[in-house]
Design a protein around this ligand. Sequence first.
Ligand SMILES: [Zn+2]
Length: 481
Amino acid sequence: MALRLHNTLARATEDFVPIAPPRVGLYCCGPTVYDYGHIGNFRTFVFADLVRRHLEFRGHAVNHVMNITDVEDKIIRRVRETGLPLREYTGRFTDAFLQDLDALGCHRPHHLPRATDHIDGMLRLIARLVERGIAYRTPDGSVYFSIEKYRGAERWPGCACRYGQLVNLNLDEQRVTERVASDEYDKDNVADFALWKARVPDDGDVFWESPWGQGRPGWHIECSAMSLALLGDGFDLHLGGEDLAFPHHEDEIAQSEGAGGLHGGLWNEHRPFVKYWLHAAHLLVEGKKMSKSLGNFHTLRDLLARGWTGREVRQLLLAAHYRDTFNFTMDGLDGARAALARIDECTGKLREAAGTTAATAPAPALVDAFGAALDDDFNISRGWAAVFDWVRDTNRAMAAGELDATRAAGELAAWERVDTVLGLGAKPQAEAPPEALALLDARAAAKKARDFARADAIRGELKAIGWAVEDTPKGPKLKKL
Ligand SMILES: [Zn+2]
């Protein structure tokens, strides 16, 4: 069965047919680096990681692009408040973001373009839009996208010139002549949006030269320029949170198709700016929209500081289907910890049973059931059900003595194949502190001197600081209690 996915553009679930297989271009709107990422952001990024991993599992050669928005209204405000240069301020939070992605077990995207490295592409797109009469300069030196001109423009090959493709908008009933300078605005407000914002005193040093005067780009044009530059005119997949569908993604389509792309306007009716759009639903925390005033606002760092692991947070963020609103709770994290413990126990036993026997091939049952679940619009809930059915059956088979080393190795290989998509990895080994290691050495010395009373006493001392010692054929090992 082919991979099927729910395409926001088609408002339907469709077969996934890449433009130029086996290559797949995947763009996900990345973070605006003005602060640490919160778990609502990370739901989308972990989902993008799942999509990429499943495409790779199915043999596609994915080119994964995630932009870093490093110039935007909120960033400029913070730069002004802190007095730090833009690059220094955004560099700090870009690094933090990448560390967070690592902690969550996400593959780093192949390309992480920074908006400020793509100003030239943005200027080229804006110039094309002005040339075609779709964008206009205002007396202050800003440039706006005219929704009315776009809709009324003569048709260029392949350009739908239709505003409101992703969300159903009835433009004829709405005023479209207002202008919006802010990067974010209300869903009901259909208005001309800023492509280029003229420099104002509050911008300080944050400005670039342009044919329309000094200024900086609007947020929407950033994503058009970066995706077209790295994935070409017309690519396969564009992802983001559902709150980005309008206006951000709608504006990306209008700008990109209106300008005819960055590489000479290659649109045709079979090749729009983006073939498939996927949108991840909102995340609630303890049943409510996350907000600082409600005390349910969590950055990933908050959760790590409270003793949760990135692996546990990842498991929970991947617990539900991406198009379902997900309620993230502390109880859910307990559940993630328990779920991972069940998997780790099962795979640990399989590892022991397999010993040094290598698998000839992964056992097919789990791989097939899991793959089929993910082919169904990334139905991860069904995927987890396949995993836990397998854990139960495998535990039963091991308890009944039915798994010899060869079969155990095959099941373990099946889990490892599935985990290339889940990305949970092996259970991290707790690192023993120096005092525990010193006691382990002292115990070895006592045993060597045949002072078994002392060796036993040290075992007790280790236990008192939370560590057990296990004698294995490879020597003694510390295990966290
Ligand atoms: Zn974007």
